[in-house]
Design a protein around this ligand. Structure first.
Ligand code: RRO
Length: 301
């Protein structure tokens, strides 16, 4: 199921969501070999950062809550990773974050020079009061950071958005106007909180965290549906996609590519091959194609 995305040919329409499997070449290559068309790296930040204290990830059964806390070696301390990745045979999407427009620009400029196929601007992380989501909940700051980064890179830019924005379609439009080449929606939802009633304490050490997995799929589908109506750039749709039918649903909302994150934990690393097969089986049974169903939910009946 070859797909063209921003001028690149991907062997499948499935994307590994950022943050799920880290930045090691061997693991990114393994997901690609297992049917992922575009592996995304864990967000790279401006300085070394440990992340939050444990526990950082809790499985809630119908999804997960995480406050991993943006751990990163920092963009200047990844020589080994870039060296390894330079000889790769697969495409890579490098996710980055910053705490200011200047930091985003610095990290993006450096990372773009290391040869990723795409740069994903993470303006949507729920787990820091300083980085990420701060930008993506406001149209002006989203526009400003995209416009500034766009000036210093010639790699296609994908803006990753948060469902916490009151008007995600307006944010997507602001990113498109600033020069974003694609939108990725959604990052984790919330933030949420779980409390252990015996100890009477929030379970996560950071107290709050982003929600992912099946419980957020309707939010992701609504966000992609709204974004599709407000922009003409392609959308990577993700948020609770676990099966071929989930993928078909978000494609009908308007997604060109489909991201998978939490389902890697639930269905294993070959979830990509499984979902590709399920998409194909559904398309064959309905005698249709991906192109024909993209945005189908917008047609007047
Ligand atoms: O590292 C994290 O805590 C994290 C990030 Br950067 C993000 O973008 N989304 C998320 O759910 N967790």
């Amino acid at each position: 199921m070859q797909t063209t995305f921003l001028g690149k040919t991907l062997h499948t329409p499935l994307v590994l969501a950022s943050g799920v499997l880290g930045n090691n070449k061997a693991i990114l290559e393994r997901v690609w070999e297992n049917g992922c068309g575009l592996p995304t790296m864990k967000s790279i930040g401006p300085a070394p950062r440990e992340g939050h204290k444990n526990p950082t990830v809790i499985d809630l059964g119908n999804g997960m809550i995480n406050a991993v806390g943006l751990p990163s070696p920092g963009y200047l301390n990844m020589e080994d990773e870039w060296q390894e990745l330079s000889g790769r045979a697969f495409p890579v999407n490098a996710s980055i974050y910053g705490g200011s427009v200047d930091e985003f620009v610095r990290v993006a400029g450096f990372v773009a020079a290391q040869g990723p196929d795409f740069i994903e601007l993470n303006i949507s992380c729920p787990n820091s009061d300083k980085h990420g989501m701060l930008f993506g909940v406001n149209a002006q700051s989203s526009h400003d950071v995209v416009a500034a980064v766009k000036k210093v890179i010639d790699v296609p830019l994908i803006a990753k958005l948060t469902p916490a924005a009151p008007d995600i379609a307006g944010i997507a439009k602001a990113c498109e106007d600033a020069g974003a080449d694609a939108i990725c929606a959604i990052n984790t939802a919330g933030p949420g909180m779980i409390i252990d009633i015996e100890s009477r304490c929030p379970v996560l050490a950071f107290k709050t965290g982003g929600l992912s997995g099946p419980m957020i799929k309707p939010i992701a589908v609504r966000c992609v549906y709204d974004i599709f109506r407000s922009v003409s750039i392609p959308i990577i749709g993700l948020g609770g996609i676990s099966t071929g039918k989930d993928a078909i649903e978000i494609i009908m909302a308007g997604a060109t590519l489909v991201g998978i994150g939490t389902a890697v934990r639930y269905r294993g690393i070959n979830v990509f091959d499984k979902v590709n097969k399920e998409i194909n089986d559904w398309l064959t049974a309905h005698d249709t194609t991906m192109e024909e169903i993209r945005g189908a939910a917008h047609r007047e009946v």
